[in-house]
Ligand binder design. Sequence first.
Ligand SMILES: Nc1ncnc2c1ncn2[C@@H]1O[C@H](COP(=O)(O)OP(=O)(O)O)[C@@H](O)[C@H]1O
Ligand SMILES: [Mg+2]
Length: 254
Amino acid sequence: MTVALEAKGLARSFGGIRAVRGVDLRVPEGSITAIIGPNGAGKTTLFNLLTALVPPDSGTAELFGEPIVGLDAAAIARRGLVRTFQTARVLPGLTTLENALVGAHRRVRSSLAAQAVRLGRASGEERALAREARTLLETVGLASRADDAATDLPAGSQKLLELVRALMAAPRVLLLDEPAAGSNDAEVRELAAVLRATRDAGITLVVVEHNMSLVMDLADQVVCLDLGAVICAGPPAAVQADRRVIDAYLGQAT
Ligand SMILES: Nc1ncnc2c1ncn2[C@@H]1O[C@H](COP(=O)(O)OP(=O)(O)O)[C@@H](O)[C@H]1O
Ligand SMILES: [Mg+2]
């Protein structure tokens, strides 16, 4: 088994709040790991530590065996670790398709693929990316909205678009922060299908998510955080049945 992402003893405090306190994480390549836990447990901070949005106080992280702590966010993304945000960040003034293409900016020589496509001046490489983006938009049910302003999309669709934008970066490991937040049932079904297809394409996924049926359906392993620490990790059914997880999280969520 190849370990795609590994954290050891990651910790970070904000003032007196120990947001993440010594988290170990081991993510096998080609798997889906779900991270669950109550609000404030440190899930987003863990992603922020792994992607250099916030430096850790201590601990290490490796991507395919290479240390990533100390690299900047762009360097980490170039190495294949890409993330989405809890609140979708679509770029205003751009269409859905153009937003998707922005994700590919590290893959093209000219950094303005979206603009080139808009102006009808796209190179062959850029046209190929636009085709790839349209295919992904189709997969998440957004093909008919490709030329609409991205900010006009409903919240769940904006989350799906953010996922498409992240996939356009050709990640090796993708961190998704609450991808189903604000989504309706149809969007959650699209999301589940895309995540499964993404894993089947060999991309490793780490998903922070509160939708437990989605978690149980998709995850190969589940990690539960509470008060900044891992309180339980293992196969989905075992974690769901764990007394500590029920007391800290599921008892109130279900
Ligand atoms: N940049 C920050 N500054 C101060 N406190 C923060 C910051 N980021 C997170 N926190 C605090 O760290 C704790 C964990 O937050 P977070 O990682 O967002 O939790 P989760 O994503 O599990 O809901 C919370 O108490 C939160 O208020
Ligand atoms: Mg969060």
